[in-house]
Design a protein around this ligand. Structure first.
Ligand code: MN
Ligand code: FE2
Length: 302
């Protein structure tokens, strides 16, 4: 038995659909996603690290341990989603997803360089992964994505995208990078690290834009799945905010004058912004979803 005769190649049948959100993001990724973590200059960062107080070092190590493991997790866990999209013959989406996976690998690379070169091999950092962090990165994320290896239903895809793109990237990573960046920038320290985070945030905004597009497409095509999306979001929002509050609860006062409320409201605001966009896609025409996504991509406002 062979499937040879049933096979169709999009590029030689219907043509690549260049005016779609994934291809727009692919174009952006080819332009902005090609920075090299190995070229980041950490020399000043090394000096700055040595002048930090024990609590300052501790909070940076804590956040870095969360980013480092988080980047590894998203690198490891993305594959089943890529396979699902490939199986559906969505070549435009898969083309973008190749950049997505490569970028997550580079983010893993970036934080590893930081840990080795700036903090000087800190040893086992998993003690910094507290309950809420474990709920999301040790359990919810791999469970949702690995489900796709045996269940590629729209419902399973939706739960995977909500967990991965909306919660892990859109709420947690964004808020984490924002707090990290604020701490370093406001104190004018670690220029190499802040530069790297800047580049990494750009990559993440493309990932989130794709994820919100995917969620919106699924909710547009299967309006009855809205409850699934909403339920997943509501279940995971508390542990997501818990990651932020549990980390900062370890300090009194919080180093670098960081203000916990600022980050909790930032996380909530980002979540709400995307929630509203997804809600609008419920039963919408696919062309409307494209339009809303294009506008967000053009405004760099994933
Ligand atoms: Mn990343
Ligand atoms: Fe990402």
């Amino acid at each position: 038995m062979t499937l040879t005769n049933q096979r169709q190649f999009a590029t030689t049948a219907r043509g690549l659909q260049r005016d779609t959100p994934p291809m727009k993001l692919f174009e952006k990724a080819k332009k902005y996603g090609i920075w090299n973590p190995s070229e980041i200059d950490f020399s000043q960062d090394k000096l700055d690290w040595q002048s930090l107080s024990p609590d300052e070092k501790d909070v940076i190590l804590r956040l870095t341990s969360q980013f480092q493991a988080g980047e590894e997790a998203v690198t490891l866990d993305l594959l089943p989603l890529i396979m699902t999209v490939a199986k559906e013959g969505r070549i435009e989406e898969e083309m973008f997803l190749t950049t997505f996976l490569w970028e997550e690998a580079k983010h893993t690379d970036f934080f590893n360089r930081f840990l080795i070169e700036v903090t000087g091999d800190p040893g086992d950092l998993s003690r910094y992964h507290l309950d809420s962090y474990r709920t999301i990165f040790y359990d919810a994320l791999p469970t949702a994505l690995n489900r796709l290896t045996h269940d590629q239903s729209p419902e399973a895809q939706l739960i995977a995208a909500v967990t991965y793109n909306m919660i892990v990237e859109g709420t947690l990573a964004e808020t984490g990078y924002y707090s990290y960046y604020t701490a370093l920038r406001n104190n004018n320290i670690m220029p190499g690290t802040t530069h790297g985070i800047d580049l990494l945030k750009q990559d993440e905004s493309r990932h989130i834009a794709y994820g919100i597009f995917l969620i919106s497409r699924l909710v547009a095509e299967h309006p009855h799945l809205w409850e699934v999306a909403e339920g997943t979001m509501n279940t995971l929002l508390m542990p997501a905010l818990g990651v932020v509050t549990e980390a900062f609860a370890c300090y009194d006062p919080i180093p670098f004058n960081l203000d916990l409320d600022t980050f909790v409201s930032y996380a909530t605001m980002q979540f709400q912004k995307r929630f509203d966009r997804i809600a609008k896609s419920r039963g919408a025409a696919l062309s409307e979803v494209y339009q809303i996504t294009h506008t967000a991509i053009d405004q760099d406002n994933a």
